[in-house]
Design a protein. Structure first.
Length: 91
């Protein structure tokens, strides 16, 4: 198909080359992804997963860094970073 296009429309741009994968992706994007609002669902799911992963990493990091800290003996205030809200979703 690409060779015939280049032969018939000589001198015209022929990029990107035709491929069945590109054709099927274009159809999927138009008929499934956009019509079913799948992009909104995927975006929301990605943000939830990212937020959960970020919370877990922060909690693990804080546990590793402040595990040996005994507040009663040292009279040390809790670090302010423990009070940060990790919720970044818009309401």
């Amino acid at each position: 198909m690409n060779k015939n296009y280049e032969r018939i429309f000589e001198g015209y741009p022929s990029y990107p080359k035709f491929s069945i994968w590109r054709f099927m992706t274009k159809i999927w994007m138009k008929e499934v992804f956009e019509k079913a609002s799948l992009n909104l669902s995927l975006n929301e799911s990605f943000l939830r997963i990212l937020n959960n992963h970020r919370e877990k990493n922060i909690k693990d990091s804080l546990n590793n860094n402040f595990n040996g800290l005994n507040r009663d003996e040292n009279k040390v205030e809790m670090p302010k970073c423990l009070y940060i809200s990790l919720n970044t979703r818009r309401k």
